[in-house]
Design a protein around this ligand. Structure first.
Ligand code: DGY
Length: 426
């Protein structure tokens, strides 16, 4: 099957998944508002409904906690089709939300939305909305700096695999071993009633996810305490690169709004990250990998997040050359870039979630970074492959890098949004 009018199909998906002010990633599998999904979805709406694009981000930030934290799920309405729901999280917040966060792409998206309004001669009416969002974005980034970077290295330490957005990446296998799953109890998963279990995380992985939710809940979702005691504490290469990029965009927004002291504070985080992010470089593998901060061990896995250094604006000739050598080897192996795990890894599985499939949003960031670095050949390869996957198969949650088949949920909002943001209507 190939789609005759992908632009129209992508718009229809966003409209169908719109619940009024927020968009569900997929009505059956993910029936609430997800944090980084919403940010990417805003880029899609921006192609045909500017006001709606902004309200997507504004609705997300209306669920921000007093300490600056922005949850990974906001449960605006009840829905029995998803587990774990609000009762399991027990955060006691209004609106009801989860207690962990997700990769901070929102500042980059807001900057993009404002640039797009300015380019259309519509920038001034949106200045007030940027001014209202700016302190919220700043508070969230400050929360990352204070609570998710305990050693002040300029990296982001994830407290839950779900926080990274790359739920079952093999990067979390060994760091997940100390998680005690003996008291998790019985529970019924809903994801595997919607989707083939072969595409989803395993029972052991779910036990660990739930054990960490119970751990946070037992500490009243006190994030400082969780950061000091959690059995899972991994400096995530994906979130660290994404936050560095988002800080650069936030600093530019601060300049545009004349917020000098805020710009200074944000640039101090950028300086720290530029100095400290080398902690995530694995010299043996020659790649950017996540690192367990409890024992200092690098995962050694080459994943799609390993290619986000260009998006983060990092340049280092030796590391870039090693990273690009992996890119080229992988590009010769698979038909569609960028697989979420190195296809030469023995654990590669072409349809299992973050152990192989291609994700459009990661591709968007990897491709954007490569293009911005001046690498039009590799950047265009990523962009072309991403759009071709959608054109051939429709808008799936993810795709096999080997044969392009869709995996996970269909009619997926962020995939449709990336089509709209990246295809430029072609
Ligand atoms: C899920 O439920 O699969 C999500 O990725 C958690 O955020």
């Amino acid at each position: 099957m190939s789609i005759t009018d992908p632009d129209a199909a992508a718009r229809d998906i966003l409209k169908a998944n719109d619940r009024g002010g927020y968009t569900v990633p997929n009505g059956r599998v993910y029936p609430f508002q997800w944090n980084w999904d919403s940010a990417f979805v805003a880029l899609g709406f921006d192609r045909f409904d500017r006001d709606r694009a902004w309200s997507e981000v504004e609705t997300l930030f209306s669920a921000q906690w007093e300490d600056g934290f922005v949850p990974h799920i906001v449960f605006w309405k009840d829905d029995p089709g998803y587990f774990p729901g609000p009762d399991v999280w027990g955060t006691n917040k209004k609106p009801v939300s989860s207690g962990i966060t997700q990769p901070p792409v929102a500042a980059t998206v807001v900057r993009k939305l404002w640039d797009s309004a300015i380019a259309a001669g519509d920038g001034e009416p949106y200045r007030g909305r940027v001014e209202a969002l700016f302190p919220k974005l700043l508070a969230w980034h400050r929360w990352f700096h204070d609570v998710r970077d305990p050693d002040k290295r300029g990296v982001v330490v994830a407290m839950h695999p779900w926080e990274t957005g790359r739920d079952n990446s093999p990067e979390w296998d060994v760091p997940g071993e100390p998680i005690d799953v003996s008291n998790v109890g019985e529970y019924v998963r809903r994801d595997t009633s919607h989707l083939d279990a072969k595409m989803r995380p395993t029972k052991l992985e779910y036990d660990r996810y739930l054990a960490l939710v119970q751990f946070g809940r037992a500490r009243g979702w006190d994030h400082a305490r969780i950061a000091a005691e959690n059995p899972f504490r991994v400096a995530d290469v994906g979130m660290s690169m994404i936050l560095l990029r988002a800080n650069r965009d936030l600093a530019d927004l601060a300049d545009a709004l004349g917020k000098t002291s805020e710009a200074f504070e944000i640039r101090s985080w950028i300086d720290l990250a530029e100095l400290g992010i080398g902690y995530l470089w694995n010299d043996q593998v020659g790649a950017w990998c996540s690192r367990d901060i409890l024992n200092g061990r690098s995962s050694g896995f080459i994943t799609s997040a390993s290619f986000l250094s260009f998006y983060a604006g990092l340049r280092n000739s030796e590391r870039d050359a090693a990273t690009l050598a992996h890119f080229d080897r992988i590009a010769r192996t698979v038909e569609f870039m960028v697989p979420s795990l190195d296809p030469d890894d023995p654990g590669f599985q072409m349809i299992r979630y973050w152990r192989g499939p291609v994700w459009a949003v990661v591709n968007y960031m990897v491709g954007t970074g490569l293009l911005e670095s001046g690498d039009s050949v590799r950047g265009e390869r990523v962009r072309r492959d991403t759009l071709e996957l959608m054109r051939r198969n429709g808008f799936y949650e993810a795709y096999s890098p080997v044969d392009g088949t869709g995996s996970g949920g269909d009619d997926f909002s962020w995939t449709a949004a990336i089509w709209l943001a990246w295809s430029e209507g072609k």
